[in-house]
Design a protein around this ligand. Structure first.
Ligand code: PHE
Length: 467
């Protein structure tokens, strides 16, 4: 595409858009339940350390590469990597990964939208039935919801960076904060809520085992939208005077604050609406929490605040999750869109159309892999288990490739772009970065132990998952 590169219109717009990407299903449900079950305050502490000690420097690397190159991830790897074939490969990985993760995130967003519609129409009893979820994900109405979600994402991205992504973030993120705070206040004023707060926060260091540590780091990495080329792409839409270290800090802080606050909504709700809760039976999977467990909880609320009240609370909850999912979906879809615009000189319109069609085909395949079509339900098998198309996308791209991409960007900035250039890029536009301890820390960590840890996670996942 010719002409000047699109840009965010304001610093706050960029930060809200990046935070909008980061705040997602992982924060609202995954983190709270994971924390509650794996050591409470102890988990929170460890998570916060990972966010700032490991993820923040990676985020700064992604943003500064994007801003410096002014290109999509593939273009950035090509330009800074001077067209070395192996770095081009890393560039490809960082646009294929977001596309594939977008496919599975799209399917989940479609489910959320379906549940939102059901909650709004007041059918909580139906939602809470044990087999509603499996029936729903295999019903043809799913495709109607899919059309709506694709339409919303399409419309936002069609508007471009400033009029689309930034405007949507400026509208959706503040609404999300307000809804979250409203729900927290409501939940905390209910009977027995404090039992949930205790369960969530009391530190239990004995729960911190190796798999919990690994899980906390992966959760932090995913939650900050790292390894998907997103912050690199968004970074390419800010100008050279923008303060990368500070923006990254704000995004990490917002994301962590939302995750923490969501815990003050989810756990007390579970304990208050359902006083017989047996904590050890809570599932850690966000999917089963959102689609089977929480609807039961909302239904239980009917006895105390009535049919309308309970439907309102449930609708608000699904709307909150839906807003969070939409801003994440928009961010991840923008990566391949930017790549087609930059690399193939396509207009935003044709890039969106091409990828939209491809995305729908893949999302339909994913959606059909829950029983509809046998060949997709047991697509391949590894580690002795048949895996559906959806499972593969999740295992390969989310669990395996993300840490690899994180490893690659660290090595790339330090050893291909070179430390001095990376550092100069971070200093450019930053108000107080030069000479700080953070600068020294980034310098040492990104060149040594952060990539080492990410590589270990990658190798370990490969060994455990596929053999
Ligand atoms: N950060 C998002 C979350 O916590 C994850 C995500 C972002 C997924 C962008 C896809 C795209 O849920």
């Amino acid at each position: 595409m010719s002409g000047a590169r699109e840009q965010f219109g304001s610093r706050i717009g960029f930060i809200l858009a990046a935070a909008g990407s980061a705040v997602g299903i992982g924060n609202l449900v995954g983190f709270p339940v994971g924390a509650a079950k794996n050591g409470g305050g102890a988990f929170l502490l460890m998570y916060a350390i990972f966010v700032f000690a490991i993820c923040l420097p990676v985020m700064m690397a992604e943003m500064s590469v994007g801003r410096h190159a002014g290109k999509d991830p593939l273009g950035a790897y090509k330009a800074i990597g001077k067209n070395a074939p192996h770095w081009n490969l890393a560039g490809w990985l960082s646009i294929i990964t977001p596309f594939m993760i977008a496919v599975f995130y799209m399917v989940i967003t479609v489910w959320i939208f379906g549940y939102l519609s059901a909650a709004v129409t007041g059918d909580l009893a139906e939602l809470a039935k044990p087999d509603t979820f499996s029936t729903f994900i295999n019903s043809p109405t799913l495709f109607i919801y899919m059309a709506v979600v694709v339409g919303i994402v399409y419309l936002i991205l069609q508007g471009g960076v400033k009029e689309g992504i930034e405007k949507a973030a400026k509208l959706l993120m503040p609404s999300l904060f307000v809804m979250l705070i409203g729900l927290v206040i409501f939940v905390l004023t209910q009977d027995n809520a404090m039992a949930g707060v205790e369960f969530y926060l009391i530190p239990d260091f004995s729960k911190i085992t190796a798999p919990v540590i690994n899980g906390a780091l992966s959760q932090a990495f995913f939650s900050l939208s790292l390894g998907m080329g997103i912050l690199l792409t968004y970074g390419s839409y800010i100008d050279k005077r923008a303060d990368v270290p500070n923006s990254a800090k704000l995004v990490a802080l917002t994301d962590t604050a939302v995750a923490f606050t969501a815990g003050l909504m989810i756990l007390p709700a579970i304990f208050s609406f359902n006083p017989d809760t047996n904590p050890s039976e809570l599932s850690e999977s966000s999917i089963s929490m959102i689609f089977t467990y929480l609807p039961e909880i909302f239904l239980a609320l009917q006895s105390s605040i009535g049919y309308l009240g309970a439907s309102a609370v449930a609708s608000l909850f699904f709307l909150l999750v839906f807003f969070a999912a939409i801003t994440s979906l928009v961010s991840i879809f923008e990566v391949p869109v930017a790549a087609l615009m930059d690399e193939k000189d396509m207009s935003r319109k044709s890039a969106l159309f091409t990828l939209g069609v491809l995305m729908i085909v893949m999302a339909v395949l994913c959606a059909l892999s829950f029983g509809y079509v046998d060949a997709l339900t047991s697509f391949v098998s590894y580690a002795g288990q048949p895996k559906s198309f959806f499972d593969i996308v999740y295992d390969v791209f989310y669990e395996t490739i993300l840490p690899l991409n994180g490893f690659l960007i660290c090595i790339f900035v330090m050893y291909r772009w070179k430390k001095a250039n990376f550092n100069a890029a971070l200093e450019q536009g930053a108000e107080s970065y030069k000479g700080t301890w953070l600068e020294k820390y980034v310098d040492v960590s990104v060149s040594t132990f952060i990539p080492a840890i990410l590589l270990v996670i990658f190798v370990n996942t490969v060994a455990v998952k596929y053999f």
